[in-house]
Design a binder for this molecule. Structure first.
Ligand SMILES: Nc1nc2c(ncn2[C@@H]2O[C@H](COP(=O)(O)OP(=O)(O)OP(=O)(O)O)[C@@H](O)[C@H]2O)c(=O)[nH]1
Length: 326
């Protein structure tokens, strides 16, 4: 048997029940989605569900033409949405668009308009029919998700204890500035700073005081490196790094000296063994300036400045060592 069409008793049953157009109308007007129809030739609303008034405040009868629809759209969305919907409709393509519709009292509601293009038998567009959905709640959830995402991104770039940039952020910014220095030929400097005898500080004052000391030092360093592209990062436990774009040897040396002075001004007592002069917290610093050529690697430069810091430590601490130019 070739004819696989089966009789469907259910269809007749449904037609009987909904035979009256009024039933369809009642159904359409009881949904949360708002139905509408626009006559394409005149660009006038042939119909819009009365629910529109509850949602936006504009009475059903005030929706006369597509101009009313466009005028009640957020100005930032208007050109994009109207342009898109007109071009899709002209091409006879079903489509949907999200936009902010203005309420009668001047607020905005996020709407998703889902549009079906009805064509005549000759293929010409006859009308548009669609539903408007209130998607404010969904948009609010999306925006909240975006905010959380940004916050997470921020957290993943920040040192949890001190609030300054972390190593990851430093690495990204260094890569960026290294490329910039290579292009521009401008110098780029680093200051690496390591607190002296910090193990003994913790031993003498406790870990909580140690944390507080790190926070205070991070605070003064951040206050010193103020130019827009400067980066102050926590490089390791008690090690900080300053990335100073467009700073030559003199500028970097002055910055390092300012760091030493600012830490001395904090006058944080250090009761541990081997503490610096006067029994206050001090630091050792390595400073370097690079003018990167085409083959120079940022990583090697950081390692070289770290070596200079090591020399400052082995030279007695509480001092600044500068990288030799070569
Ligand atoms: N309180 C506190 N201590 C930390 C933190 N991170 C690292 N440290 C401590 O910093 C100390 C670093 O010790 P070392 O690397 O031996 O260096 P140092 O004692 O500062 O000695 P020098 O650098 O040679 O002067 C260790 O005792 C770590 O426990 C932190 O977040 N909080």
């Amino acid at each position: 048997m070739n004819d696989l069409t089966l009789p469907d008793p259910g269809v007749e049953h449904v037609r009987d029940a909904l035979g009256d157009a009024g039933v369809y109308k009642a159904l359409l007007e009881s949904t949360k989605a708002i139905p509408w129809k626009i006559d394409w030739a005149s660009k006038r609303f042939a119909y819009i569900g009365p629910q529109i008034e509850a949602l936006l405040g504009w009475p059903q009868g005030s929706w006369q033409t597509v101009e009313d629809w466009a005028a009640r759209m957020h100005p930032e969305d208007r050109d994009r949405v109207v342009g898109y919907c007109v071009s899709q409709s002209q091409a006879g393509v079903d489509h949907e668009a999200d936009y902010r519709a203005m309420t009668r009292d001047g607020h905005y509601v996020w709407i998703r308009d889902v549009v079906h293009v009805v064509r005549r038998p000759d293929g010409e567009v006859d009308s548009l029919v669609g539903f408007m959905f209130d998607i404010s709640e969904r948009k609010k959830a999306e925006e909240e998700l975006l905010r959380l995402h940004r916050e997470l991104e921020q957290l993943s770039m920040t040192d949890g204890l001190t609030g300054i940039a972390n190593r990851r952020m430093f690495d990204l910014r260094l890569e960026n500035e290294w490329g910039e220095a290579r292009r521009s030929g401008n110098p780029l400097s680093l200051v690496i700073l390591d607190i002296d005898r910090f193990k003994q500080y913790n031993d003498a004052h406790g870990h909580v005081a140690g944390d507080e000391c790190l926070k205070r030092i991070a605070g003064v360093l951040r206050g010193l490196a103020q130019r827009a592209r400067d980066v102050v990062a926590r490089f390791g436990g008690e090690e900080f790094i300053l990335l100073l774009p467009d700073a030559d040897e003199d500028a970097a040396g002055r910055m390092a000296a300012a760091c030493v002075d600012a830490i001395a001004d904090l006058r944080i007592p250090h009761a541990g063994a081997g503490a610096g002069i006067g029994g206050f917290v001090t630091a050792s610093l390595g400073v370097g300036t690079a003018r990167p050529g085409p083959d120079a690697a940022a990583r090697a430069f950081v390692a070289a400045v770290d070596q200079v810091l090591y020399a400052a430590k082995s030279g007695g601490r509480n001092r600044i060592e500068m990288l030799e130019q070569g």
